[in-house]
Write a protein that binds this ligand. Structure first.
Ligand SMILES: *[C@@H]1O[C@H](CO)[C@@H](O)[C@H](O)[C@H]1NC(C)=O
Ligand SMILES: *[C@@H]1O[C@H](CO)[C@@H](O)[C@H](O)[C@H]1NC(C)=O
Ligand SMILES: *[C@@H]1O[C@H](CO)[C@@H](O)[C@H](O)[C@H]1NC(C)=O
Ligand SMILES: *[C@@H]1O[C@H](CO)[C@@H](O)[C@H](O)[C@H]1NC(C)=O
Ligand SMILES: *[C@@H]1O[C@H](CO)[C@@H](O)[C@H](O)[C@H]1NC(C)=O
Ligand SMILES: *[C@@H]1O[C@H](CO)[C@@H](O)[C@H](O)[C@H]1NC(C)=O
Ligand SMILES: *[C@@H]1O[C@H](CO)[C@@H](O)[C@H](O)[C@H]1NC(C)=O
Ligand SMILES: *[C@@H]1O[C@H](CO)[C@@H](O)[C@H](O)[C@H]1NC(C)=O
Length: 661
């Protein structure tokens, strides 16, 4: 065979492969699975073994599905046709696939098929059907769902449906899980879901629904309405028991707290990123005109109907998670939480609260986030918050607090107090007005106090609080004294004093035997003498200080990570550092930016720490030494030359003699 013929064959063969129906042998077979994905197939391969349970034809170029191609009475249970160009399905094609349970038709062009207005036929045993990403408009799904008696899971994600009609799911009464995420639904006809008695999971997130009134899907367990345009959500006011457990209303435009089922089993309620102004379920009286059945009726025609029975108190006995973050709440009355006896997580961060009070209750709450509000007053009752672990108060305007407020939280582990205007009480002596006591909190492990404009950290400030992490960063000018940390010797593992304008620090950290990480960056330290002996320190940040030498630090055998950038280091007075940098033991993450200074011709020169060479550290003495080395070298070489010459000379003599011999 000539080379031309070979080339021709190479070109022709793949083309032939497309023309001829591919053989199943091109696919990868693994036990009962046949993987024919990604093969550029335009036809379904012939001779698919009838032992196959799972056939993967995803990511090919299939266009038309007819029974010539698909073995009709097959054993296939899972058929994956994702990512083809399917635009035609022979009606009745799946009818005889008696075992077919899972049919994935996602990312095809089934809108073209639907425009033919032909039903796909019976999907006798299909339980899971994926029609996502097919450009289907309103009612187009009808052609697939007409006769799907055992279908439980349906995905219509990423289509262009604008309306769910009353009879959309008439032919698929066994549905349990419907995913309509990412469509453009603006309307749901009454009765569309009501008859689906098994429906438990409905995802309507990312649509354009503006209002839900008389919500009556008692059977639903999960309802996702996040990322719509809801201005209100209102459940049927009946006495029926609702199964609803998860309700996601995040990222809508809801103004007032939704009217939720009276008898509910709600566990999870996300109302974050809405426009809530009140946890009342209707607005202030002036916005309301009619009074109806002891409730208020909002009559503004531009706004949806909002009905809220004023006498009714909403109860949430099973609620575990409530997210109200990123709203416009100005106040939340303590009585709002009365029924939430099981609540574990409450997030009201990023609102406009000026005060927050829990008189009693919320005794299951573990996490409370009231950060980024405008809190001035905070008050916790004696019988409140018994289980609270984690309290977020950062980013408020807190200045004065009841000094003992945190002592009343018997399980508090983590206190986030950064970005406030707090000061710390001294445990000895009478508490000065407005300070907060942080000592003797027996469960406290994590304490964040950065950006509080602290002036001082009085002796024993944290005595009796077994802190693991203490963050005192960004309190420029704060006065730190050795006894500031007394009582923390056994527990403290991480300490940050970053950005405090410290000029010196006279603490012997040798005493803190568990201290693993110390952040002293962005200060004005000129020297560090922090250890009188061995420590267990692993990470030290000295970035952005005024340090010239670091030799003492290097004696800490345990050190693994060191930041040294932005210091006026000396290139020649840090032999230890330079040696260490060349070893594996120590990581210097900011090495590329770390520089040092040396003098050249009585000028200071800055170079990268990693570029330091011995010759940079030659002083005037060094030069003399250098010259003497050169002299010695030159003399030595001259001597060597003389000796060599002499030797050669005698060799030549010997050679001559040899010839002679
Ligand atoms: C698919 O069917 C359509 C119409 O039935 C036809 O026009 C088209 O040629 C077919 N495509 C293939 C690849 O068979
Ligand atoms: C849907 O089902 C209901 C009751 O089962 C029936 O009244 C209605 O006519 C059906 N609609 C269609 C379009 O089949
Ligand atoms: C089908 O729906 C049920 C009920 O919502 C759900 O638990 C299950 O994970 C879904 N299965 C698949 C394969 O999507
Ligand atoms: C609701 O849908 C959004 C968007 O798809 C998703 O991020 C979120 O996790 C869902 N919520 C729940 C409770 O599953
Ligand atoms: C909420 O309702 C309570 C009592 O029903 C009322 O005192 C309060 O002013 C209302 N809050 C708002 C913001 O409407
Ligand atoms: C509260 O919500 C905000 C915004 O959604 C989030 O960033 C924060 O992590 C949440 N707090 C907790 C403690 O989960
Ligand atoms: C905070 O409490 C003080 C004293 O109890 C009170 O005078 C003040 O009005 C309260 N401020 C707010 C915003 O509730
Ligand atoms: C050192 O910290 C100060 C204060 O934050 C900052 O302005 C400066 O840019 C920092 N210098 C370097 C070299 O990072």
């Amino acid at each position: 065979m000539g080379p031309c013929l070979w080339i021709l064959m190479l070109v022709v063969q793949p083309v032939l492969a497309f023309r001829r129906p591919a053989e199943a042998s091109a696919c990868r077979e693994l036990q009962e699975d046949l993987d024919c994905s990604n093969l550029n197939l335009r036809r379904i391969p012939k001779q698919i073994p009838d032992t196959i349970h799972r056939l993967d034809l995803s990511r090919n170029l299939l266009q038309n599905l007819t029974d010539r191609d698909l073995p009709s009475s097959s054993t296939i249970r899972h058929l994956n046709l994702h990512g083809n160009k399917i635009q035609f399905i022979q009606p009745g094609l799946f009818q005889d696939m008696r075992l077919l349970e899972e049919l994935d038709l996602s990312e095809n062009s089934l809108d073209l098929y639907a425009s033919l207005k032909t039903h796909v036929g019976t999907l006798a045993s299909v339980r899971r059907l994926d029609l996502s990403g097919n450009g289907l408009f309103t009612d187009m799904s009808d052609f697939f769902l007409n006769d799907a008696p055992v279908l439980t899971n349906l995905s219509l994600d990423g289509n262009s449906i604008t309306k769910i009609g009353r009879s959309t799911f008439n032919g698929s009464q066994a549905l349990k899980n419907i995913d309509l995420h990412n469509n453009v639904i603006i309307e749901i006809e009454e009765g569309a879901f009501e008859s689906l008695m098994g429906l438990s999971d409905l995802d309507l997130s990312m649509n354009s629904i503006s209002c839900i009134t008389d919500f009556n899907l008692v059977q639903l367990k999960t309802l996702n309405l996040s990322k719509n345009s809801l201005t209100n959500f209102q459940a049927d006011e009946s006495d029926q028991e609702f199964e609803l457990q998860y309700l996601d209303l995040r990222e809508n435009k809801i103004l007032y707290f939704p009217v939720l089922p009276q008898r509910n089993k709600l566990i999870y309620l996300d109302l974050s990123r809405n426009l809530l102004r009140s946890v009342n379920c209707s607005g202030p009286l002036e916005e309301l005109e009619n009074l109806k059945d002891g409730g208020y009726l909002l009559t503004d025609p531009d706004k949806p109907l909002s009905l809220c029975v004023s006498k009714r108190h909403q109860d949430f006995p099973s609620l575990l998670y409530l997210d109200l973050s990123f709203n416009q709440l100005k106040a939340v009355s303590p009585s709002f939480f009365t029924s939430m006896t099981a609540l574990e997580t409450l997030n009201i961060s990023n609102n406009c609260l000026e005060s927050f009070t829990v008189d009693d209750g919320l005794n299951s709450l573990e996490t409370l986030d009231i950060s980024s509000n405008n809190l001035q007053n905070l008050s916790f009752g004696l019988n409140a918050l018994a289980a609270l672990h984690e309290l977020h108060l950062e980013g408020n305007a807190l200045q004065t607090l009841d000094a003992g407020i945190f002592l009343r939280l018997p399980n508090i582990r983590s206190l986030h107090l950064q970005q406030n205007q707090l000061s710390i009480c001294s445990p000895s002596g009478t508490p000065s007005f407005g300070c907060v006591q942080l000592s003797s909190i027996l469960t406290l492990r994590y304490l964040y106090l950065s950006e509080n404009g602290l002036f001082s950290v009085p002796p024993g400030s944290f005595q009796g609080s077994p802190l693991l992490i203490l963050d005192l960063s960004q309190n420029p000018g704060v006065d730190i004294i050795p006894s500031s940390f007394s009582g923390l010797e056994a527990s403290l593992s991480h300490l940050s004093l970053k950005g405090n304008q410290l000029q010196s620090l006279t603490i012997d950290f040798t005493l803190f035997q568990n201290l693993k990480s110390l952040d002293l960056s962005v200060n004005r330290l000129t020297g560090v003498s922090l250890w009188s002996g061995d420590s267990s320190l692993e990470s030290l940040n000295l970035q952005n200080n005024s340090l010239v030498t670091l030799n003492e630090v290097m004696l800490q055998e345990t050190l693994r990570t060191l930041y040294v950038g932005s210091n006026p280091l000396s290139c020649c007075m840090n032999p230890h550092l330079l040696t260490l940098l060349r070893q594996e033991r120590l990581t210097v993450p900011d090495l590329s930016g770390a520089t040092c200074w040396y003098s050249r011709d009585s000028e200071s020169v800055e170079i990268s720490v990693s570029a330091v060479k011995p010759e940079h550290c030659e002083s005037a003495n060094g030069k003399v030494l250098w010259i003497s080395v050169i002299v010695v070298l030159v003399l030595g070489m001259a001597l060597a030359l003389a000796v060599t010459l002499k030797l050669c000379h005698s060799k030549r003599h010997r050679f001559k003699r040899g010839i002679k011999a």
